[in-house]
Design a protein around this ligand. Structure first.
Ligand code: ZN
Length: 329
């Protein structure tokens, strides 16, 4: 993953050099500040290049942080669009945002695009204290009316979680997915129609997965990177159909069975260990009510609430497509 990430700007620039006229060829330029090296397009136009250089310098100098930057650059009817994506790593905090510019080479002008269509600003602000014990709460089968309540509770405690959504429930609930994204929650794929996939062909399995990933992407601007097959069931076909890691759980709240918030709370609080993944369902009121107690009780025991991807990242486990994970231990 990391290799590809760093290669992307090189590939983009190589393509641009091929496409753009020789007299305005764009080459990769590097700026090195104390600890930071950033590659960015160089236009061979003094006014434009110094604008971009000072933008980057101001940005870097205003943050005493480790910064990773990559960019997207393309032309559209003679106008050029350049977007910098910034990933800021500050201790355990990772945040991300982007800035876009419209570049008119023939008039030597650059203007910042305030509301860029091609830029998305997902607020992550994940605060992870790696000295703490970590748990990933996961919520399946939404979104529905109850998901909002769950999100409000998580936000109240600044807790992050992962929602494995059903593609068939996204239509009409797009704002809930946007709220998840804007609250720094992770959105995973729980298939389109919740079939027992082990009974179906690999083509059908792929269709169930891809349809949902597409919907999540068109709604939130991000493709999911985790799959939880319906019923948590998997076999060879499902593993081979999935490019994504398959995330199951090791603490089952049985919330769907008992609808008893006290029972759900006790089960989670007594069972959870550092690195666990907890299965819940955001479609039940009992689950939301239990969450109100679970978060403060586990906080008292020294737990932080992280997304599944962050859990594995913090535990230094690399997730691989088609492999099954039930905890990060
Ligand atoms: Zn489910």
């Amino acid at each position: 993953m990391k290799m590809r990430y760093y290669l992307l700007p090189v590939i983009i620039v190589s393509l641009m050099v091929l496409v753009v006229d020789n007299d305005r060829s764009i080459v990769n330029k590097e700026m090195v500040s104390d600890m930071i090296e950033i590659s960015y397009p160089f236009f061979g136009n003094d006014k434009i290049d110094s604008y971009i250089n000072s933008y980057l310098n101001n940005y870097v100098n205003s943050k005493n942080l480790d910064v990773l930057i990559d960019y997207d650059y393309y032309d559209d009817n003679g106008m050029y669009y350049l977007t910098f994506y910034k990933y800021i790593l500050d201790g355990g905090k990772i945040s991300s945002n982007s800035d876009s510019f419209l570049i008119d080479i023939s008039n030597s002008s650059v203007s910042k695009i305030e509301d860029a269509m091609h830029a998305y600003d997902f607020v992550i602000n994940r605060v992870i204290d790696s000295d703490k014990k970590l748990v990933a709460l996961t919520f399946d089968d939404g979104p529905n009316y109850n998901t909002n309540k769950i999100l409000d509770i998580l936000n109240k405690y600044d807790a992050k979680a992962t929602f494995f959504v059903l593609g068939s429930r996204i239509k009409g609930n797009e704002y809930i997915l946007e709220k998840m994204r804007n609250s720094g929650m992770e959105i995973g794929n729980h298939t389109y129609s919740h079939l027992l996939l082990t009974k179906y062909s690999e083509d059908k399995i792929k269709e169930e997965i891809d349809r949902t990933s597409e919907l999540i992407f068109t709604t939130t601007g991000r493709k999911p990177s985790l799959l939880r097959p319906s019923y948590g069931s998997f076999n060879k076909k499902i593993k081979s159909a999935s490019d994504m890691p398959i995330i199951i759980w090791d603490v089952d709240t049985l919330d769907w069975k008992y609808h008893n918030s006290k029972r759900i709370t006790n089960r989670v609080v007594n069972k959870v260990r550092d690195g666990d993944i907890v299965l819940m369902h955001d479609i039940y009121s009992a689950t939301a009510n239990a969450l109100e107690s679970i978060i403060p009780l586990l906080k008292d025991k020294g737990y932080s609430f992280v997304t599944v991807s962050d859990l594995f990242y913090c535990k230094e486990i690399t997730l691989e497509g088609g492999k099954v994970y039930g905890s990060a231990r």
